[in-house]
Design a protein around this ligand. Structure first.
Ligand SMILES: [Zn+2]
Ligand SMILES: [Zn+2]
Length: 173
């Protein structure tokens, strides 16, 4: 979807779009599936540029970082962008004086692809280390048993480096 700022010159416009973001491109191995990423919002003229405010919603499935079970993720977050023309951009020295301006997206053309901005927000909203629950006990590092559902007889390894060696020596059953 192209974001065309010009359409809000006269009066605010309501925008909505469902983005289909390909999993491969997101580079998140823990992400199993992702539904459409929906954006609904309002674009309006401000000085010296434009303000876009709205809401981003999506459903996804990720794997628990400890036990690898599937964990559903549902998010609805408020998002906003301020766009201003590049020729209004303050010099480096001026920027250091007022750091609030760092959040501005400087544009050269009034129309540009919106998807990268949606993708950036999505990346921020996906949990970095998703867990099925705070108390997830993870997998046994020796035999691989899911400690949430079963217990095994493996001794607690004293040293992590030792564990890796043992895992290599233990034949797969
Ligand atoms: Zn888990
Ligand atoms: Zn075990």
């Amino acid at each position: 979807m192209e974001l065309d700022l010009e359409q809000a010159f006269e009066e605010p416009v309501d925008l909505s779009h469902a983005f289909e973001l390909p999993l491969e491109r997101l580079g998140r191995p823990e992400l199993l599936s992702l539904g459409p990423v929906r954006f609904t919002g309002r674009l309006e003229k401000t000085e010296p540029g434009f303000l876009l405010q709205g809401r981003l919603t999506f459903d996804a499935k990720v794997t628990c970082a400890r036990c690898l079970v599937e964990v559903p993720v549902a998010r609805a977050v408020d998002v906003s962008w301020t766009f201003a023309p590049l020729h209004e951009r303050p010099s480096h020295e001026e920027l250091e004086l007022k750091s609030a301006d760092l959040d501005i997206v400087w544009y050269e053309e009034l129309s540009f692809p919106f998807e990268p901005y949606i993708e950036e927000q999505l990346q921020l909203e996906l949990p970095a280390k998703p867990l099925c629950g705070d108390g997830c006990r993870g997998l046994c590092p020796v035999c691989g048993a899911d400690r949430n559902v079963t217990s095994c007889e493996c001794a607690e390894p004293a040293d992590e480096r030792w564990t890796a060696l043992k895992a290599l020596r233990t034949p797969l059953s």
